[in-house]
Design a protein around this ligand. Structure first.
Ligand code: HEM
Length: 387
């Protein structure tokens, strides 16, 4: 069994209390066979929050993982996690699909820091401002196509649109429409490879994902070796630092598409799903869009910032449908964080965003209710930013 912290004998402070006192750790019950199947097939993505933590700030799972749903601990530990002694601990299947050199896989603090600087370039305000006209034109083009078709399966369409934005706007790779359509499908096959267990059969989802990875690498390498690669773009910076044929480049370009692809599609699809069931919210969101971004007007960072109701609606989707349920880590040395019992070296741990959100006073008594207005209340602004 993995190293684990001791269970505290009694509650020494209410959950959500921001003091530096040690908090209770729940001993989570063993999963029953149905729950294990549910976990394998992802039917209950928020099970850690609901079954293991059950409202507690910390829980041990039966396999020794410490789940953390305590906002003060997360805020203190995560910004300095490398210095404090925790490293990434994603399942082996994710590590193999992404590749050993990917930012999310490396356990080398220095490598992570350097890659983070290169990848985060794309997320800076100036870069987002640069991308906005292209993103707006891309979305308008796809919407015109959908309008012509009359009826579309949104999630599938969104995958191609978001892939287009990531490849051609964020990474500036200038792929043709045909390549975007072809490789968006291949990327989704890669994405579906994320299973808890690799599965030995050649047609298992994981092995299909690994075959898709080879195709993606070949196409990305073609771009990295293209003399027309946009100077100053994120892929060009990786190429200049590591060489066009380096695994660091391809693993991290795949990493960026992975980071932005299904996450964004799930958020947008979830938003439309909730709005389709909440006509009042849909009307308010439309009214805001009409004021802040009337049809024909160019989007700017300022207009995005003024979409307060829309941001609240997105916060509700991220809260109600956790897209990334947690971030798995492992302690590389004994940790002594103020509110947790001592964590031994080797202990696996994971933040549970779902568990954290269930403890947020902003949603108390309304945990399952979609109500973007809650985030317009000044008292709740800070926790909206957390979502
Ligand atoms: C709703 C959409 C999104 C969600 C829910 C989301 C969630 C997350 C989470 C939970 C992590 C932390 C992973 C970890 O530390 O193990 C992360 C990291 C990251 N995300 Fe996102 N993300 C989203 C969209 C995006 C987009 C659109 C991009 C870029 C185009 C992006 C780029 C990144 C990068 C580069 C990292 C790694 C940061 C680092 O380790 O330093 N994400 N994301």
């Amino acid at each position: 069994m993995s190293a684990r912290p001791p269970t505290s004998s009694a509650a020494q402070g209410p959950a959500g209390d921001a003091s530096n006192e040690k908090q209770p750790v729940r001993e989570a019950p063993k999963l029953n066979p149905l729950q294990i199947l549910g976990q394998l097939f992802d039917t209950n993505p928020n099970w850690i929050a609901t079954e293991s933590l059950e409202g507690c700030p910390f829980a041990h799972s039966s396999n020794g993982t410490l789940y953390i749903a305590d906002a003060p601990t997360v805020k203190q530990w995560m910004p300095q996690e490398w210095q404090l002694g925790t490293v990434t601990n994603w399942p082996n299947t994710i590590g193999r699909l992404l590749g050993a050199e990917a930012l999310a896989v490396t356990r080398d603090a220095q490598k992570h820091g350097v890659l983070r600087e290169v990848l985060q370039l794309m997320l800076q305000d100036g870069q987002v401002e640069r991308m906005l006209p292209g993103i707006q034109a891309t979305v308008e083009r796809y919407m015109a196509e959908w309008a012509k078709k009359g009826r579309v399966t949104f999630y599938d369409e969104a995958l191609t649109m978001v892939f287009d934005v990531l490849i051609n706007q964020a990474m500036q790779l200038n792929w043709s429409d045909d390549d975007i359509k072809k490789y968006a499908g291949i990327f989704e096959t890669w994405n579906q490879g994320f299973t808890v267990v690799a599965g030995p059969l050649p047609w298992s989802r994981f092995n299909g994902g690994m075959r898709a990875r080879k195709e993606l690498i070949a196409r990305l390498r073609q771009s990295l070796n293209d003399s027309a690669l946009t100077p100053g773009s994120m892929p060009a910076k990786l190429r200049d630092a590591y060489g066009a044929d380096s695994d660091v480049c391809t693993d991290n370009l795949i990493m960026v598409v992975f980071a932005g692809f299904e996450t964004t599609c799930s958020l947008v699809t979830g938003l439309l799903w909730h709005l389709s069931r909440n006509s009042d919210a849909l009307q308010k969101l439309r009214a805001e869009q009409g004021q802040v971004a009337p049809v024909g007007a160019a989007l700017t960072l300022a207009s995005l910032g003024a979409m307060r109701y829309t941001q609240g609606a997105m916060g509700e989707v991220l809260r109600l449908s956790q897209i990334v349920s947690g971030v798995p880590r492992q302690a590389t040395k004994a940790l002594d964080l103020p509110r947790v019992p001592a964590i031994p070296s080797g202990c696996p741990l994971s933040v549970s965003w779902g568990g954290m959100s269930l403890q947020d006073p902003a949603v108390k008594g309304e945990e399952k209710v979609f109500r973007p207005e809650r985030w317009m209340e000044p008292a709740n602004a800070a926790s909206l930013a957390d979502y």
